[in-house]
Ligand binder design. Structure first.
Ligand code: SIN
Length: 313
């Protein structure tokens, strides 16, 4: 099953070869699949079912698409004849979607997200190879759980981050390293553990998008005040992720505003804006720490935990 959601992989430019001034999310998943030469030989007898689930530039990814995507993917995974699911997605928020899906989907079959850094109209687009690599991964017997593949590198949702705005190999799993590589239609596993079969939350209990609790991210920086936090509390935010400096540190006024927000019932999670490592909590952690999660993934984790979902069966 291949689900299209948009992104640069489905992007088109008026000027062939222009990799910058293009519009993402233009071409259907049927067109993208049709542009892959030799696809049927690659599938080794498997058949592809294609569905266009959304058509968005992933900077605009939202809970409405996530709910549809999670429900549709769960439905597909439950079909005995479905080997796995490939999702085409924009690179900008693919790490958030992957982390969200990992939190709610069973991991006994593979769910592979893929993308492209160049539009389909580029002189040498990277989308077709990335899509082929995603299909290779789904057809590999050991593959299971949610993964992201781009430029031949396979990443786990917890660790993957987009680290470059332009180059083809735009993702890194930081100190954890990749899960695997796809090389000439072969998967070479790095030896890391694949995810546990059971997710945290029951996908069937996800509320409709309008009922998702609002959770925002605030950044500590030179000159940071509590003004953003105060405005968020006034707007009715339910959770705030603080992307602190270094070991999750916060300016005095930002920290004071966050404590006040907590006193009024807002849940706060402390993270670090550093690319690598994780916040080491002090012995008495008065602002809870999202261990090992980047601010954007901590936001997803906090939002899911605020929904009061039952754990996965
Ligand atoms: C997007 O994230 O949808 C646009 C950028 C990209 O896919 O590289």
């Amino acid at each position: 099953m291949v689900l299209g959601t948009g992104g640069t992989i489905a992007g088109r430019s008026a000027l062939r070869g222009d990799n910058i001034h293009y519009t993402a999310a233009q071409l259907g998943i049927d067109v993208l699949a049709a542009e892959i030469p030799g696809l049927s030989e690659h599938l080794q007898g498997h058949t592809l079912e294609l569905a266009q689930l959304a058509q968005v530039d992933s900077k605009d990814m939202d809970s409405a698409v996530w709910v549809r995507l999670a429900r549709r993917t769960a439905q597909a995974l439950a079909q005995p004849d479905v080997r796995g699911v490939v999702i085409t997605h924009g690179t900008d928020t693919i790490e958030e979607t992957a982390f969200f899906l990992q939190s709610v989907l069973p991991a006994d079959k593979p769910v592979v997200l893929t993308c492209a850094m160049r539009p389909a109209t580029a002189l040498s687009p990277d989308g077709p190879q990335n899509l082929l690599d995603a299909l290779t991964l789904v057809m590999t017997p050991q593959a299971r759980g949610v993964m992201v593949v781009c430029a031949g590198v396979v990443h786990a949702p917890t660790h993957v981050q987009k680290i470059h705005p332009y180059r083809l190999d735009a993702f890194s799993s930081g100190e954890a390293g990749p899960l695997a590589w796809v090389e000439a239609a072969q998967v070479r596993w790095a030896g890391a553990d694949l995810p546990a079969a059971k997710p945290l939350w029951d996908v069937n209990a996800l509320p409709d998008p309008g009922a998702w609790p609002p959770v925002e991210i605030v950044l500590n920086h030179a000159g940071a005040t509590g003004a953003v936090v105060n405005a968020l509390v006034q707007s009715g935010v339910r959770g705030i992720v603080a992307a602190g400096t270094g070991n999750g540190t916060l300016s005095q006024s930002l920290e004071a505003a966050l404590r006040q927000a907590m006193a009024s019932g807002v849940q706060v999670l402390r993270t670090s804006r550093c690319m690598l490592g994780q916040v080491i909590a002090p012995p008495v952690a008065d602002i809870p720490v999202a261990k090992g999660l980047s601010p954007v993934k901590a936001r997803v984790a906090l939002q899911l935990s605020l929904m009061g979902l039952p754990p996965a069966p």
